[in-house]
Design a protein around this ligand. Structure first.
Ligand code: GDP
Length: 206
């Protein structure tokens, strides 16, 4: 890990605010890096590993219910912001909730000039599913660059992981705004976290 990376991620990082609607977004003063993924993909765990804290990002108690964008300031004053996007794809979510999610996410993606990249988390045991294609298509049409991050890789065999990586890379080629590379992580075992930090900082500087 470079000195700059260490300094930024071990320095002050704090919760700024939640935005259930666009009018509650913070002023777009610094670059933003967002994290998206289906409920239970391991998003809170990964954000916490990224920033080396135990409880910065909290898992929603009721999956699919939390419909807010959560903003975290990295640095004091903030150098950039981490945005925890509401999880999607919860099977029991009412249609109205799913629609609200789409409106919030679409508006945020289309109107946010400071949004530099979205990290789309995919459970390495499942690979890219239909619900993931949905947000990837939204990102393609909003022309927001995004990077796929495989999560929970401690839970699968190396040979299965290699197959998922190949399959995911093939699917990425069909998405215009997808970054042609993957991050491979395990929040549990702290695997791939340094590379993920570097990818985040690279996106901030892009
Ligand atoms: P979120 O709903 O996407 O925020 O997911 P969470 O971070 O709350 O994780 C969902 C579940 O997966 C929890 O039980 C976590 O302990 C577990 N989990 C998250 N990341 C990992 C990982 O890297 N490895 C393993 N084995 N479990 C994980």
């Amino acid at each position: 890990m470079t000195e700059t990376t260490t300094k930024i991620f071990s320095g002050p990082i704090s919760f700024l605010k939640s935005a259930p609607k666009l009018e509650f977004l913070p002023e777009p003063t610094v670059p933003e890096i967002a994290f998206a993924g289906r409920s239970n993909v391991g998003k809170s765990s990964l954000i916490n590993a990224l920033v080396n804290r135990n409880n910065l990002a909290r898992a929603s108690n009721t999956p699919g219910r939390t419909q807010e964008l959560n903003f975290f300031d990295v640095g004091d004053p903030a150098v950039f912001r981490i945005v925890d996007m509401p999880g999607y794809g919860y099977a029991k979510a009412p249609i109205k909730t799913v629609q609200q999610w789409r409106y919030l996410i679409n508006d945020y993606l289309r109107g946010r000039v400071v949004l530099k990249r979205v990290f789309v988390l995919i459970d390495s045991r499942h690979g890219i599913k239909e619900v993931d294609h949905d947000i990837m298509s939204m990102l393609d049409s909003a022309a927001i660059s995004y990077r796929i991050v495989l999560t929970k890789t401690d839970k699968i065999k190396a040979s299965d992981l290699a197959a998922v990586e190949t399959d995911t890379m093939a699917k990425l080629r069909k998405h215009v705004a997808a970054y042609p590379d993957l991050s491979v992580t395990s929040a549990e075992k702290r695997g791939g976290i340094e590379d993920l930090r570097a990818a985040v900082l690279e996106a901030v500087a892009s």
